[in-house]
Design a protein around this ligand. Structure first.
Ligand code: NAP
Length: 294
């Protein structure tokens, strides 16, 4: 039987409606959540991500403060801007769009962002708290995956989860979140990567597969068991002459074949992607509530 599709757009829209209602209530108390957005240079992909994030802020009533600097911005200028945003009471979250131009030290910039405004969840203090199971700003993509699973009524407790990929922004944090002793965790997690000996031997026994690789068809139908839940994080361009722009987007999973065996599966696009921005909005609202002592 073909899988049910986990509709990330729909779940993201539900969460954004919840956040919009929450922001409206905060405004009655004169609290307006604010996001400081920093974009360096003119990379078209980064520009479109930032525009989408700012539009999403506007849609739910978050104030966004746009800071666009030229590609030759110096480390000192960027650090100064981040410090200014750290000290601005109207700003509850700071988003520095990555990657940065080569002359800039990403690690120093991320360390300069106040952990209290680190709504991307990349600061080592927030990462450390997440690993220790303490309250922290959780990184947006893995947090969005947890929301997709929970809102699709997937049982995490005791589930065998196989994460393919061990990046700092997806693989490692999602694995960490899922092993926490919490309602959003309690799973048994295996993390696979390029040095894993026999990837299929792991994916075949998984109740839930989370693929965050960046390579099409890494997970194929012969690698999964019947009834598996599949979360496809990958976003890959493949040539497609039938499209005006000459390519289409696919995930890391052979969607058409795997959906015939899975019980639930996310599409690409329209699965994990819409959740990432939503969780950024969520963290910004949380930060505003904490700053107001709520
Ligand atoms: P990344 O930093 O490049 O990490 C990729 C991981 O996949 C690495 O750990 C790598 O192993 C592993 N890997 C590569 N080939 C493999 C293979 N054949 N078998 C097993 N493991 C393999 O990527 P990322 O930043 O996590 O992103 C992954 C994908 O998700 C990309 O397509 C990205 O565009 C997408 N993404 C989407 C969103 C969203 O919001 N939708 C957000 C973030 C990322 P090694 O560590 O051994 O090299």
């Amino acid at each position: 039987m073909a899988a049910q599709i986990i509709d990330g757009k729909q779940i993201a829209a539900e969460m954004r409606a919840e956040l919009k209602a929450e922001v409206a209530k905060l405004k009655e108390k004169n609290i307006v959540p604010g996001l400081g957005v920093v974009l360096i240079g003119d990379d078209p992909a980064s520009k479109s991500y930032v525009t989408a994030k700012e539009r999403a802020c506007e849609e739910i009533g978050i104030y966004s403060n746009d800071n666009r600097l030229p590609a030759d911005t110096t480390q000192e200028e960027l650090i100064e801007l981040v410090k200014k945003l750290n000290n601005d009471p109207k700003i509850n979250g700071i988003l520095v769009q990555l990657p940065l131009p080569k002359q800039l030290d990403e690690s120093e910039v991320l360390l300069t962002i106040s952990p209290a405004k680190d709504v991307d969840g990349f600061h080592p203090i927030n990462i450390g708290k997440m690993v220790a199971g303490e309250k922290a700003f959780l990184p947006c993509t893995p947090h969005g995956i947890i929301q997709l699973l929970q809102r699709s009524n997937v049982t995490l407790e005791g589930a065998e989860v196989v994460v393919v990929g061990r990046s700092n922004i997806v693989g490692k944090p999602i694995a960490n979140m899922l092993i926490q002793k919490a309602d959003t965790g309690n799973a048994t997690v295996t993390v696979c990567h390029t040095r894993t000996k026999d990837l299929a031997s792991h994916t075949k026994r998984a109740d839930i597969i989370i693929a965050a690789v960046g390579r099409p068809n890494t997970v194929t139908a012969d690698m999964v068991k019947e009834g598996v839940v599949v979360i496809d994080v990958g976003v890959n361009r493949v040539e497609d002459a039938s499209k005006k722009r000459g390519y289409r987007l696919v995930g890391d999973v052979d969607f058409e074949a795997v959906k015939e065996k899975a019980s639930l599966i996310t599409p690409v696009p329209g699965g994990v992607g819409p959740m990432t921005i939503t969780m950024l909005l969520y963290n910004t609202v949380e930060s505003a509530k904490i700053a107001a002592g709520l």
